[in-house]
Design a protein around this ligand. Sequence first.
Ligand code: HEM
Length: 449
Amino acid sequence: MFHDPELVPFQPPERYSLFRQLSNYVESFPRSTYEEPYTRVKLPIGEALFVCDPDAIEDMLVRRAGLFVRDRATRRTLSRVLDPRGLFLAEGADWRWQRRAVTPAFRHESVVGFVPAFAEAAATQVAAWREVEPGTPIDIFAAVSRLTFDVVAKVLLGSPATLDADRFSEVLTLNMQGLPWEFLYAMLRLPSFLPYPGRRTMRSTTAYLQHEAAKVVAARRERPSDANDLLGLLLSARDPETGRAMSDAELTANAYTFIVAGHDTSSVAISWTLWLLAKDQATQDRVRDEVSSVAGDAAISRDHVDRFVVTKRVLQESMRLFPPAPILSRQAQEDTSLGPHKVTRATRIVVPIWSLHRHRELWPDPHGFDPDRFNPEQVKARPRFAHMPFGGGARVCIGASFAVLEMTTIIASLVRAFRFRPVPGLRPRPKAEITLRPDANLRLSITPV
Ligand code: HEM
């Protein structure tokens, strides 16, 4: 078990505050969410129920998944960024058919084929870092974001010539800055035409991003290719029940959803993992030893990834302490109860994944870093929904296998090549935008090994 005060980046407030929610929503989860199974909170309009009871979470997401949908405020906020026709925001029959059609493309057997592409992208980063003066502090999140963006562009979209990766990433970051305001307005049920700082930028950047995604789909229609990428799989996807294919609008919405949902989450998780390994040098050595003994100097392959047991446990533990998607929320479609609590259609039901993953009743020594928590005996002894970086149930993350393979390949490749060390005096803080991004202090010094 590794301890460091920096693994507890802030103290939770005694009471929920909408103001804290606006500046950094993980910091708004009240202390009781780390200690109690349920916390009821009054909102300016309506109420929220924070749920950290794994049985009730399972009940909501698995057993009674049909009764609970994404909550109104989240849907309204995310529809400013993601096209509502895509898989992430669709509901009901529209969601079901898209999910059925896309699922085969995301199965483990399909996505293992991408491991060589993940390894190649990581090798390019290794080569670039070898040019850097040893010991130079590197902005890890900036570098890894670019890396995962390249992976998504290549593996999901077949490296489209029309996509300017630098510009797209830059605009995406600008675009997300309006989200806390959008969320506040949604919570307060204010009309969406009201101004806020950065509203025009938000609208124009969304339009740019969606237009770029549409260009990618149009270019592919014009020049069909049999490339083994996800866009190709989406184009040929058919609803197994009806045989229906996706329209261009649905394809664009999904291509865009996969770029946004698939690149930021992974770069956030890889960055926090490298930071934790920089802090805990002994575990970093364990990862490096494992990678060297399984893969030697060879390019990382799918068989290697299967055998990276320690590396994958490190990743799971890192996503426990710094879950890339630190919240999940729902609302019931009719008045019902959840655990001992009555919920109405107006109750915002929040699973504060960040607090759940540090809950004192679910995790011994909750703020310590210990990848061995993910050995099979310990996993079996815990409720399934104590750890849920990818959500769960019907709407579990469709990219989970893709992401785990990608992140494991990249972490293994980077740690095999470099020793990562913290830069004295820099203390990174997590800031929840949509994902739990590190601030500019996530710099690490790297030295080739
Ligand atoms: C570390 C990486 C990732 C994390 C932590 C993550 C997390 C999540 C979570 C928590 C959800 C459930 C949200 C909810 O139930 O409200 C979700 C859904 C989703 N994720 Fe991921 N995700 C990751 C990577 C990816 C990747 C690589 C892709 C695609 C290439 C992706 C695409 C999606 C989509 C489309 C959904 C919506 C699924 C549906 O509603 O049917 N994610 N993700």
